[in-house]
Design a protein around this ligand. Structure first.
Ligand code: AMP
Length: 297
């Protein structure tokens, strides 16, 4: 495994890859967990050359968010990636990605970035789209791997790939969960033990919403949302940011209970903001993620 720390070395390494070889890219912000590794393992199976980027992207953090204290442990990340058989790890500096004078951003617009995460985190998806396009330009992957955990990120990047005619195939993989349902996230490291127990409330709320959805309540999406809100209201350590039912591609609110649909939730558990979702696919089957059976981390 080669660890590449400068933009020029990365460009040179990519230029040296034979054109017949399929390049896979897994973009991450590091502090890796089984969710990231599920992407890496799938990418390993489908790529001749597998690259993972680790970059805590400042432009996707709001001014009062957790950029400074975002968890980092590069030596541990590298050990995990080595054991997955990764070929290249790209760990650029901020100055490499945003050199002095940097002025060109990808600025997605419309409901897709004005709702849900976009409403709670203004500018977030501008930062995400910009860095992902830059990584695509630098690494020129044939396939890129993203988690359904960040459903709106998936929608924004899919839109960008279509709108800008990018020749990369996106592979979207299910949310990996702890045995008790909590979606794995680097931010789970912020949770104190009592908060860690309370954090299952997001998954519990989604389960409740799904049940109401499947019961075809006459109240429609409002009934599903109410069921999710009630579960969060019952957890004293949690404060709901939003619970919503939206179209997974456009992020427009659903007017009736039909597939495809996305049940979305964001909540603070103590000071930590967590997100989660369940996806009802067009064929009527649910993607609720995959629970790991091993000991919780
Ligand atoms: P991050 O390091 O948070 O930017 O995440 C890097 C990639 O891993 C993104 O595509 C995420 O959606 C994905 N990811 C994060 N958590 C999970 C999870 N629990 N299951 C599956 N994918 C995940």
């Amino acid at each position: 495994m080669r660890v590449i720390t400068t933009l020029q070395d990365m460009l040179d390494a990519r230029a040296g890859c034979a054109s017949s070889r399929a390049v896979g890219l897994v973009p991450t912000m590091g502090y890796l967990h089984e969710g990231h590794l599920s992407l890496v393992r799938q990418a390993r199976r489908e790529s001749d050359i597998l690259a993972v980027s680790i970059f805590v992207n400042p432009t996707q953090f709001g001014p009062h968010e957790d950029l400074e204290r975002y968890p980092r442990d590069l030596p541990r990340d590298l050990r995990m990636l080595e054991s997955c058989g990764v070929d290249l790890v790209f760990t650029p500096t901020t100055a490499d990605i945003y050199p002095p004078g940097f002025a060109t951003y990808v600025d997605p617009s419309g409901p897709l970035v004005e709702t849900a995460e976009g409403a709670s985190r203004p500018g977030h998806f501008r930062g995400v789209a910009t860095v992902v396009l830059k990584l695509f330009q630098i690494l020129r992957p044939h396939r890129a791997y993203f988690g359904q955990k960040d459903a709106q990120q998936v929608a924004v990047i899919s839109r960008m790939v279509a709108d800008l005619n990018l020749s990369v195939v996106l592979r979207i993989l299910p949310t990996i969960r702890e045995a008790d349902g909590l979606a794995m996230s680097s931010r789970n490291a912020y949770l104190a033990p009592e908060e860690r127990a309370a954090a299952t409330v997001l998954h519990r709320a989604l389960e409740a919403g799904k049940q109401v959805f499947e019961g075809s309540t006459p109240e429609g999406p409002a009934g599903v949302i109410e069921a999710m809100q009630e579960v969060v209201a019952g957890e004293p350590r949690a404060r709901l940011d939003y619970a919503e039912v939206r179209d997974p591609k456009t992020f427009l609110p659903l007017e009736s209970l039909r597939a495809p649909a996305l049940l979305l939730i964001a909540a603070f558990v103590g000071p930590t903001r967590l997100i989660d979702n369940f996806l009802l696919r067009p064929d009527g089957t649910w993607d609720t993620g995959v629970e790991l059976t091993g000991p919780a981390t």
